[in-house]
Design a protein around this ligand. Sequence first.
Ligand code: PEP
Ligand code: MN
Length: 337
Amino acid sequence: MIIVLKPGSTQADIDYIEEKLNDKGLRVHISKGEERTIIGAIGDERILREASLAAYPAVEKVLPILKPFKLASRDFQKENSVIDVQGLTLGGKEVRVMAGPCSVEDREGLLTVARAAKAAGASFLRGGAFKPRSSPYAFQGLGEEGLVYLSEARDETGLLIVTELMDPRDAELVYRYADIIQIGARNMSNFTLLKEVGKFDKPILLKRGLSATVKELLMSAEYILDQGNRNVILCERGVRTFETETRNTLDLSAVPLVKSMSHLPIVVDPSHAVGRSDLVAPMSLAAVAAGADGLIIEIHQNPEEALCDGPQSLRLSEFADLMKRLGAVIQVMGREL
Ligand code: PEP
Ligand code: MN
């Protein structure tokens, strides 16, 4: 149930309604917009119906939940969510670029990539430290050693760190090093993990599952939001289709679709979407033109020797070229880097 308060409602009105809802055993989420306040009441729908909320003087209207997600929806919050990552905003006017290797492989390589990413204009360094792969015999990531290298690269370049958490048992460790905690496509429906990161006070980058609908992505976001963490960034990274020339199919319509359904920011990962480095630049440009709030791109100092996802990784010079071309699209979209 979404309760829209009349313009000019006071804090006392909000407190009063919150108290009444709490008395009935309902949980409350409050969203204060520029014009009006909206209260999301969560709990047993039967109690909600009986609560005759529309009778309260400060209430303008009461809307039943039409969607299986609430806190993530545009109905709940009209304004875009602008996420603060250590003072850097995501979801505002700027388009943020995250770049780095699929996985952290060694200290020198990571520092080389980080310096190049910074010089080209990226704001974030991506890199996985935990990398369970399709084969249990493939490189599995450096674990904490990889996180230490990431934080060294952050200290030197000022790039903020995006890295994936896969296992709730590593939650504290990853939390300590990451600026944005990534939830991978294969874990989009790992609700235990989503609830765990919902308790964090750091932003979460939630990737769309391999065969997930946009609605399912938003329901997964809802798990995190409902635990109290409002800092969720969605990520379109391609979905499985019948096409075999590309690794996945980049669903760019998801960008404006998410924007119409939700207030959360969305970034695009063209690398995992296409799986081929030659298609990464055109899809990056198209993603920004579609309204993406950012990009997350795999780059490597020597893609031929990458331990993971080399064929889709841009060379450092290719990334620098892309960043130059991106500037024009960013400008046309009325945004900034
Ligand atoms: C990644 O970004 O490192 C990754 C494994 O991507 P995805 O979860 O989208 O497959
Ligand atoms: Mn990868």
